[in-house]
Design a protein around this ligand. Structure first.
Ligand SMILES: Nc1ncnc2c1ncn2[C@@H]1O[C@H](COP(=O)(O)OP(=O)(O)OP(=O)(O)O)[C@@H](O)[C@H]1O
Ligand SMILES: [Mg+2]
Length: 365
């Protein structure tokens, strides 16, 4: 999606991916296949381009730091270093005074058990690194769960976190350019199914004051990180309307995919503009929208029923071109644009039914 945005502005795109025929590689001018720690190939790749960016967090930082000595890498690799590790991310949040859930770093099963007893139940144990879509997490209902949770995670370090009784989850995606200007997209309300983002609803159904506070925190975070590029901030909205920062992602985010169809400028075009030194575009929302992720399950009986899906002309479909439609794997998404989020929500239910996807989510209140 970044490559498509770059092409539209006339840029040539080179991609480096660990496996061949990647979605980005399919639309790139040059596709390099290399391991993410192959300094030699990454250096050769960097010599052929003017500026580098990344769209994936589980990358070793050292090759990026090396090439950053002689090519701009945006966002700077230090930001990736912070955000790809939950322990460092939480440290950063606390050090800069951002609100986040109570937590403690633990390095053994007994430490996890002691921290959980002090924290109270339920609580959640998360690996420090390589977690996504709820992988690398275990919820603890009582002291008896600690040993199992620790061995299940199978990691040397983890963060134990209080369980947050939230009203909803939201995210704000922003972009910051090289002059330090920040633009935020409207907060998205995120609904997960099996720990995987299922839908994003924009505008989020939250008070204007909560939306403003989330945007303020996001702008402050982008500045504190000295970001050039795109940053997504995931928040928990507590029942009293206060916010906790859950996670940071220094890249376009799944919950910001609505921006392709529903905004003046997409998050990918903002990333391109920011890293190439262009002024940012307007993130203004043009229409209420519900974004629905398409997971591998939808391919269970072969190619999904696209003709049926697209019988609603207000639906915009994106298929990423990933090979191997595994259960739980994000293969694409569609956006439903209607005059209200309630209408878009109902149309999304109908669209899922046409695709044969089970929809058991509560309608918006
Ligand atoms: N402390 C918590 N209290 C309540 N729910 C939580 C908590 N931590 C995580 N969750 C739930 O699990 C989801 C995934 O957690 P989180 O975002 O921390 O990890 P992740 O697996 O890295 O996810 P992502 O796919 O966003 O990278 C959250 O969006 C939320 O629904
Ligand atoms: Mg998350």
């Amino acid at each position: 999606m970044f490559g498509i945005a770059a092409r539209r502005l006339g840029y040539r795109v080179h991609t480096l991916e660990a496996s061949p025929d990647s979605p980005a590689g399919q639309i790139s001018d040059v596709e390099v296949t290399a391991d993410y720690d192959d300094l030699e190939k990454i250096s050769a790749f960097a010599r052929a381009v003017d500026v580098l960016t990344f769209e994936f967090e589980n990358l070793p930082v050292f090759p990026l730091e090396r090439v950053a000595e002689w090519r701009p890498v945006r966002p700077r690799p230090r930001i990736l270093h912070i955000c790809q590790n939950r322990e460092r991310e939480k440290e950063f949040l606390v050090r800069h005074g951002f609100p986040c859930a109570k937590h403690r770093t633990v390095t053994s099963a007994p430490e996890a058990a002691a921290a959980a007893a002090a924290m109270g139940f339920p609580c959640v144990l998360k690996t420090a690194e390589f977690g996504y879509d709820g992988k690398g997490q275990a919820k603890l209902g009582s002291a008896a769960d600690a040993a199992d949770a620790w061995s299940k995670l199978d990691a040397p370090r983890a963060v134990l976190e209080e369980w947050v009784d939230y009203r909803c989850e939201i995210s704000v995606v922003c972009a910051r350019d090289i002059s330090g200007r920040v633009e935020c997209f409207a907060p998205a309300e995120n609904i997960h199914r099996n720990h995987i983002l299922h839908r994003s609803v924009v505008p989020a159904r939250i008070d204007a004051s909560v939306a403003r506070e989330a945007e303020l925190l996001t702008v402050r975070l982008a500045r504190a990180l000295d970001l050039v590029g795109v940053l997504a901030v995931e928040f928990f909205v507590r029942r009293d309307g206060t916010l906790l920062v859950n996670e940071l992602a220094p890249r376009p985010h799944n919950s910001g995919h609505f921006s392709f169809d529903a905004c003046v400028t997409s998050q990918f075009e903002q990333q391109l503009r920011a890293v190439c030194g262009l002024p940012l575009g307007s993130p203004r929302l043009l229409s209420p929208v519900v974004m629905v992720n398409l997971l591998g399950e939808a391919w269970a009986d072969g190619e999904p029923a696209w003709v049926a899906l697209l019988s609603d002309p207000d639906i915009k479909l994106h298929v990423y071109g990933k090979s191997g439609a595994r259960t739980g794997r994000k293969m694409g998404h569609f956006c439903v644009l209607k005059s209200t989020v309630e209408e878009a929500w109902c149309a999304a239910d109908e669209a899922e039914a046409r695709l044969g996807i089970r929809s058991d989510l509560a309608a918006p209140k």
